[in-house]
Design a protein around this ligand. Structure first.
Ligand code: NAI
Length: 264
């Protein structure tokens, strides 16, 4: 895709799932990639190895540990990227967590943790990236990995739904604030995707079939399908797109219940 060769992309939470696929895809497109992870150093190393193997061009892949919900870590993550590559062009806010609980019983620590990673972490990484882009007077692209739950309410996952709804508003607000400086901010909203966050149903054929029965296209998505959309939005092919969340969901956001008429 146009405009990705030689760029530097930082991907948070890139030791597994969608983040791993994004790092590999951007490396295939000729980006130098910074692979952030929180705990899983083996996963991050696997991402690095595959990114280097799959890239046609000479690229570099740097692995950086850090918890995006911690301000000092988010600052260090962007700083280390710039120290190593001299620039940061693309930020992918992918790191995300979720917890399940009836809303009347959510412990405050659990609530703060989900918001801290999914929303504050994304903001902190965006803030540091934007400061750098403005200082170097460079255009850039920020992509927030949101969810269909940016717009579909998700009972028993209140903190997750709030975080993704907030992420959507962050996408639009930052896009408007920095459009004139050439900083594009977009989101992707994955539907059900087979990754570690969904072990509860991906490992169980019966549960998987039940999940897939709700998806108009009849199947879960893949991390590679999410990564393809992210690469597009980061590239110059999407040069005139900002402030949008692109749902990649096999039709999940189309109100599937309306497939058949409700009344005669
Ligand atoms: P995953 O669990 O494989 O990926 C999440 C990654 O974030 C992990 O590598 C984890 O270590 C990392 N992470 C968690 N806390 C972190 C922190 N404090 N600092 C740095 N990294 C941290 O699951 P998946 O599916 O790849 O999730 C990636 C993103 O996609 C998440 O934001 C998730 O909400 C979103 N998403 C996933 C969907 C799915 O069906 N798999 C659907 C909609 C959105």
């Amino acid at each position: 895709m146009k405009g990705l060769t030689g760029k530097t992309a930082l991907i948070t939470g890139a030791s597994s799932g969608i983040g791993q696929a994004i790092a590999i895809r951007l490396a295939e497109e000729g980006c130098n990639v910074v692979i952030n992870y929180r705990r899983d150093s083996d996963g991050a190393e696997a991402t690095r190895r595959q990114a280097l193997e799959r890239a046609d061009q000479a690229i570099e892949a740097l692995v950086v540990k850090g918890d995006v919900s911690q301000e000092a870590d988010a600052i260090a993550l962007v700083q280390q990227t710039i120290e190593h590559f001299g620039r940061l062009d693309i930020l992918i806010n992918n790191a995300g967590v979720q917890t399940e609980s009836p809303s009347e019983a959510i412990a405050v620590d659990s609530f703060d943790w989900v918001l801290g990673v999914n929303l504050r972490g994304a903001y902190l990484c965006a803030r540091e990236t934007i400061q750098h882009l403005l200082a170097q007077n460079r255009p850039g692209s920020i992509i927030n990995v949101s969810s269909v739950h940016e717009i579909i309410p998700r009972p028993n996952y209140l903190s997750y739904s709030i975080s993704k709804g907030g992420l959507g508003n962050m996408t639009r607000t930052l896009a408007l604030e920095y459009a004139a400086q050439g900083i594009r901010v977009n989101g992707v909203g994955p539907g059900a995707t087979a990754t570690p966050i969904n072990e509860a149903w991906t490992e169980d054929l019966e549960k998987k079939a039940k999940v897939e029965s709700h998806i108009p296209m009849g199947r879960a998505g893949t991390s590679a399908e999410m990564a393809a959309a992210v690469a597009f939005l980061a590239s110059d092919e999407a040069a005139y797109i900002t402030g949008q969340t692109l749902y990649i969901d096999g039709g999940l956001t189309l109100y599937a219940d309306f497939r058949e008429a409700w009344s005669a």
